[in-house]
Design a protein around this ligand. Structure first.
Ligand SMILES: [Zn+2]
Length: 163
């Protein structure tokens, strides 16, 4: 993989990004596919406001919803990533031999989601951000704010001028 395809993961503190980065740097295709899917799942669920009902087709639903949200993406690639992950994670039968392209495609969407979230956050006022942080909630992903300058979950950072 090209460095620029995964470099946005560097410096993100959440365990899913870190695991993905480690697997890529280790050249571990299986680990990269599993963790890229996991990261995509976490980010998409939050971004698209979907609730996992634990009924069979939720992962298919996520990919389809991403296709509605981002017209430019190739959902066939994402379905291949999803199926490749099922092969490793659930022991499903192999249909296509997994490749690094699948990891690249998945990460491209993760990067798009993060970018989109960053744009949405920039529309929040200083006051809204401050109120959210004081109440211990990340203004971006709404998870617990742990008291660093950066959200441990989504990587949202406070601007240098923030105090
Ligand atoms: Zn956050």
């Amino acid at each position: 993989m090209q460095t620029q395809e995964y470099e946005f993961l560097i410096g993100r503190r959440d365990q899913y990004s870190q695991r993905t980065l480690k697997a890529i740097l280790d050249g571990d295709l299986e680990g990269s596919i599993i963790s890229t899917w996991r990261l995509l799942y976490i980010e998409s669920k939050d971004f698209l406001n979907l609730i996992d009902n634990r009924e069979g087709y939720f992962n298919v639903h996520i990919v389809d919803e991403l296709g509605h949200r981002f017209e430019e993406i190739d959902t066939r690639q994402l379905h291949k990533l999803r199926m490749a992950r099922n092969v490793f994670d659930k022991g499903n039968e192999v249909t296509d031999t997994p490749t690094w392209d699948l990891v690249t495609s998945g990460l491209k969407i993760v990067a798009m989601i993060i970018e989109q979230k960053t744009e949405e956050i920039s529309e929040l006022s200083h006051e809204e951000i401050q109120t959210s942080i004081i109440s211990g909630v990340c203004p971006n992903c709404k998870k617990d704010w742990e008291g660093y300058d950066e959200c441990e979950w989504c990587g949202f950072t406070l601007g240098v001028d923030f105090d």
